[in-house]
Design a protein around this ligand. Sequence first.
Ligand SMILES: [Fe+2]
Ligand SMILES: [Fe+2]
Length: 286
Amino acid sequence: MVMEKSKIKELIAKIEKLPTLPVVVARINAMVQNPKTSAREVGAAIATDPSLSARVLKMVNSAYFGFPSQISSISHATTILGFNAIQNLALTATVFQLFRDNSGDELFDRRRFWEHSLGVGVLSRLLAEKTRYADKEEAFTAGLIHDVGKIVLDQFVHEEFKAVMGLVRANDMLLYEAESRLLGLNHANVAYIVSQKWNLPKKLQEPLAYHHAPGLSKYNPQLTGIVHLADILCRALKIGNGGDNKVPVLDKAAVADFKLNASDIEQLKNVSEKEIEKAEVFLEML
Ligand SMILES: [Fe+2]
Ligand SMILES: [Fe+2]
């Protein structure tokens, strides 16, 4: 029972009506794409939203960063972390806030979904370090929100998504394949629509849109490859669960430049456990 074309259009129209990012985050996303923007301006924009500021400060003061003393203002946090990191934190805090409904149902376990997301975030950051990607915090954010399309489907087209999950269970197949088969589009396509609507920087859009087909990435193949690999590693290591039990095939060409060997992967496995523990504060924010 594949969806008809008119239904797919309807589905896309529904997704396009999604909750928008708060004005302040949309403004920050636009600001950081302008090279003339200063860190002070970004900090000032965040500070106009007290609840967002509080959530960002909570993350800044968490074990994840492990600063020796309390950071009590956004402007101080911006000076220490730089405005890219602050932008990523504001985005993370907001995405979590938008999708905080943690109830889920027996078919799609949101708690385990967020554990998968966190694992991919942490592994993406570690891989960014190993492959000398310019912005480690950006890699963390990309990994953390790479599967946001699943939450969108679960929340906004719940009945259809339930049918998808049923197909995954019955045939033990990959979630994105079941989505494509039943809905005519998958969570990565959905994430692309959403990330455009949210005005996310292009370099963050591609890892969301192409983490299952990294060869399509043109603008930021390195980060797309990083998230692709981190997703597969997370599944292989059984960290959380993104909704299915299969491990997709690795696109070797997409990660060839990383020049990782077996001992690198072993080392990643060992470090990731401790790093995930430190990042668990993000799950507490749900
Ligand atoms: Fe995915
Ligand atoms: Fe995933």
